[in-house]
Design a protein around this ligand. Structure first.
Ligand code: FES
Length: 135
């Protein structure tokens, strides 16, 4: 009886408060939203969606690994033009003043002052889902 009482007291001291418990896996998964389908790529290496649930988004396929899809908000941080996916160089390139962004959205050239917002991507069957990444 004494052992049970000690065990219960220790357990209550070790258990994290409910308000500080980590986000469950199902809650994290629910943050993904569908923005396109794989079939939209066709023969192209990019899909631009201007009315997705997360706003304008550009999906780009890796030339070496077609299963890998990158996703960014394609609004150039210099003056707001829409960037394109340059598949040969594996860069997002702005047609207005040639800012260049790496696949993770980081600026690698040109006058852009800050990275493109980017997203985690997962594919379920034909569905492409994304979740915003912290800036
Ligand atoms: S608007 Fe993109 S580089 Fe100027």
């Amino acid at each position: 009886m004494v052992v049970w009482a000690v065990h219960c007291r220790l357990r209550s001291q070790l258990a994290p408060p409910r308000s500080q418990s980590p986000q469950s896996e199902s809650e994290a998964e629910s943050e993904y939203v569908e923005v396109a389908s794989l079939s939209q790529f066709g023969e192209n290496s990019q899909v631009l969606s201007e009315d997705s649930p997360v706003g304008t988004i550009l999906l780009a396929r890796s030339p070496n690994s077609p299963d890998v899809i990158y996703a960014v908000n394609p609004t150039c941080t210099h003056a707001g033009c829409t960037v394109d996916w340059n598949v040969a160089r594996e860069l997002f390139v702005c047609p207005c003043h040639q800012s260049q962004y790496a696949v993770d959205g980081d600026v690698v050239g040109g006058p852009a002052p800050s990275p493109l917002p980017r997203f985690n991507v997962k594919v379920e069957g034909d569905r492409v889902l994304v979740k915003p990444l912290p800036g």
